[in-house]
Design a protein around this ligand. Structure first.
Ligand SMILES: [Zn+2]
Length: 336
């Protein structure tokens, strides 16, 4: 059972309507590994633990990365635990499972330290939220399967549930404000997680963000994106703060979310989007085609018009992109 009170700050603000109009719109951070690359020399992409390794090897760089996003005026920062896993930590960082569990808790502590330092610099700022990153089961397979969902037909939901549980517990015990359940490629895994929240962590809020296909209509697994997103929210609106997608090209977002709330126009589901830069990943060349991408900030007004409440960036978006997104959000707010 989750400690009572976790997630209360999110709930209280939602109920009290702190700060007036549009205060329910929040700017998220950008790609953690992307921004972390400005602080460390070693390669990050390709590492079996991805950026999560640095929780153990360079915690100051983790704090500095969070601080970059906060100074860029992100209102929500996401812990460096997308690829964190107690067993992977045990194997690749040569630690016990208990130490691995504590390292996941420490990710929240590092985010809290960054928030503390930020509030010392900007004492008038609204206190940023810390979202505990819960990447999909597929991320632990280290074969890109969170972008195809290829494991969903071969791995049972019980196996996925058992795998997810310790990280979520550690993040909640660590004191995150809510969970960022992200890059989930299938309805099966997403719905299992929504149920898991209700059963094991009834005091914890979360958003559900799906990994999607290239057609602007489906999840990575090929299901109807809007049906899955609607179901995830409607199953547990008391705990789910938003549904949407992340780590896809910005150009696909509009067709993914347009019309998603046609069935409940007077009480729309809050939406979340945090796309990548739109670049493509090539196994030999790394990230390519950056010059062909329109910056995420270009799309902000359109998405807010469509009902997006949580907005940020994923892979290959830097703190500077967050600054630009925040600027467009404030501009949109001033006009509405
Ligand atoms: Zn991403």
């Amino acid at each position: 059972m989750a400690p009572q009170g976790i997630g209360n700050s999110v709930q209280q603000e939602a109920t009290n309507g702190v700060g007036g109009a549009h205060e329910d719109i929040r700017v998220l951070d950008g790609g953690f590994a992307t921004q972390l690359s400005c602080h460390v020399q070693q390669p990050i992409d390709g590492d079996v633990l991805w950026s999560a390794r640095f929780l153990a090897t360079d915690p100051e760089a983790v704090i500095d990365t969070h601080l970059d996003f906060l100074r860029a005026r992100a209102e929500v920062i996401i812990t460096n635990t997308y690829q964190a896993d107690v067993d992977l930590f045990a194997t690749h960082l040569n630690m016990t499972k208990e130490e691995g569990y504590n390292l996941i808790k420490k990710s929240v502590e590092l985010a809290k330290l960054a928030v503390e330092r930020y509030l010392e610099e900007f004492s008038d700022a609204r206190k940023p939220l810390i979202a505990g990153s819960v990447g999909p089961y597929g991320a632990s397979l280290h074969d890109g399967s969170e972008y195809t969902g290829s494991y969903v037909n071969t791995v049972s939901t019980d196996t996925m549930k058992t795998w997810h549980l310790p990280r979520i517990r550690a993040l909640v015990e660590g004191g995150c404000d809510l969970l960022a359940i992200e890059t989930i490629p299938s309805g099966v895994e997403a719905e299992m997680l929504v149920n898991l929240l209700r059963e094991e962590f009834p005091g914890t809020k979360a958003w559900i963000s799906l990994s999607v296909g290239q057609d602007g209509k489906t999840t990575a697994c090929g299901e109807n994106f809007q049906s899955v997103a609607r179901r995830c929210y409607d199953m547990n609106p008391g705990q789910i703060v938003a549904v949407g997608c992340n780590c896809t090209a910005p150009s696909l977002i509009e067709s993914l979310i347009t019309g998603i709330n046609d069935d409940r126009k007077h009480n729309p589901r809050p939406l979340i989007v945090y796309p990548n830069s739109g670049e493509n990943y090539d196994v030999d060349l790394g990230w390519i085609n950056r010059e062909k991408c329109e910056p995420v900030a270009t799309f902000v007004h359109k998405w807010l018009d469509l009902g997006v409440k949580w907005i940020g960036g994923c892979c290959r978006t830097y703190a500077i992109d967050v600054t630009r997104i925040r600027k467009e959000v404030e501009l949109w707010k001033s006009k509405h």
